[in-house]
Design a protein around this ligand. Structure first.
Ligand code: PMP
Length: 338
């Protein structure tokens, strides 16, 4: 057991998340695989970190004044983080979200007091895309800032100064590889940059879901996606401001089926209830671990991100009818037999 610590303010509950060795993935990879428990943040996802850093940065630059409003376009988790941080600091929140995201995220955002605006899912080039809609709303709202998580590098700073430093300490200054998927890219770029400063031999790998364009970009310079994924919050089609200069050494592409298999195994064998991006990250970490073993590194230690709680996806990933409708395998314990 680790020593309990007193936190002076609710915002101090963000970050300093536990790191856990994952038994099944370690066995599978033939080396130690560790998961950073970002579901342990107050908003139950890794995005609380970006929300806090972005809001603190806007305050420090004098852009966000007392009583002001924070407007963001998000797949949901960043909105939840922003709503909590904004509540703690006395700001109003407006969240724009594509309407194909999980019902749980929308219900949660309304429950937290955010003003929710949903838009149909469109391509980034469409002027009604949730990111562009959020920028317009920020411009039209008195005293509002646009937090712009995709291109605002206060996002990745949260991971350079927080997540990477924590991993380095928790892994006792020995970390051979790190991998995760990219939504904004803040996590992979920030943790990558931070870890490279501590140890330039630490291998940083991008784990990309199907349908995203980054695997091809880092493999051969071409921004091109193939296939599709139901994973929420990951899968990027462009080099965001946060991804610029990210130190990516290698890349893996992971299917939803493979990610879901790890979601199921981590739940049933290790008692962790996670979202699909975590399952995809764990599959990527196993691929990276195997690669490092094959390259002859002795007892490599690989870390990844357990991005959010599975409780956010009860109506999707954990629902037999939803999985069937998407053509995905249904977890055996959810099968009704009719
Ligand atoms: N997983 C989930 C569930 C997310 O919501 C996000 C954020 N969009 C990510 C992973 C990816 O994090 P980042 O934006 O830092 O790339």
């Amino acid at each position: 057991m680790t020593a309990p610590v007193l936190r002076e303010h609710t915002l101090d509950l963000i970050g300093n998340t536990p790191l856990v060795r994952l038994e099944g993935p370690s066995r599978e990879a033939g080396c130690d695989i560790f998961g950073k428990c970002e579901f342990a943040n107050p908003g139950a996802s890794v995005k609380d970190r970006a929300a806090l850093w972005i809001i603190r940065d806007a305050e420090a630059r004098g852009e966000l004044q007392p009583g002001g409003t924070v407007v963001e376009g998000t797949a949901g988790n960043t909105g939840i983080g922003i709503a909590l941080v904004a509540n703690a600091l006395g700001y109003r929140t407006i969240i724009v979200m594509p309407d194909n995201q999980s019902q749980e995220k929308m219900t949660t955002l309304r429950a937290l007091g955010a003003e929710l605006v949903t838009v149909p899912p469109t391509k980034f080039a469409d002027c009604n895309h949730f990111v562009h809609t959020s920028r317009r709303l920020a411009e039209e709202t008195e005293g509002a800032i646009w937090s712009n998580q995709f291109d605002n590098t206060a996002n990745r700073k949260a991971h350079i100064e927080g997540t990477a430093r924590e991993l380095w300490e928790q892994m006792e200054h020995r970390i051979d590889g790190f991998t995760c998927a990219a939504g904004t890219g803040g996590t992979i770029a920030g943790v990558g940059m931070g870890l490279k400063e501590f140890d330039e031999k630490c291998v940083i790998a991008l784990t990309d879901p199907h349908g995203a364009a980054l695997f091809n970009y880092y493999a051969n310079g071409e921004l091109k996606g193939e296939g599709s994924s139901v994973a929420e919050g990951i899968g990027q089609g462009r080099i965001t401001g946060n991804l610029e200069g990210a130190p990516i050494d290698t890349q893996f592409r992971i299917s939803d089926e493979e990610g879901l298999d790890w979601v199921a195994r981590l739940l049933r064998e290790e008692g962790l209830c996670l979202g699909l991006s975590s399952g995809i990250n764990v599959a990527g970490a196993i691929a990276l671990g195997r690669q490092l073993v094959a390259e002859g590194r002795s007892n490599p230690r690989v870390a990844t991100i357990l991005c959010d709680t599975g409780f956010r996806y009860l109506s999707t990933l954990y629902d037999a009818a939803w999985l069937e409708a998407k053509g995905l395998p249904v977890f055996p314990w959810l099968q009704t037999g009719d």
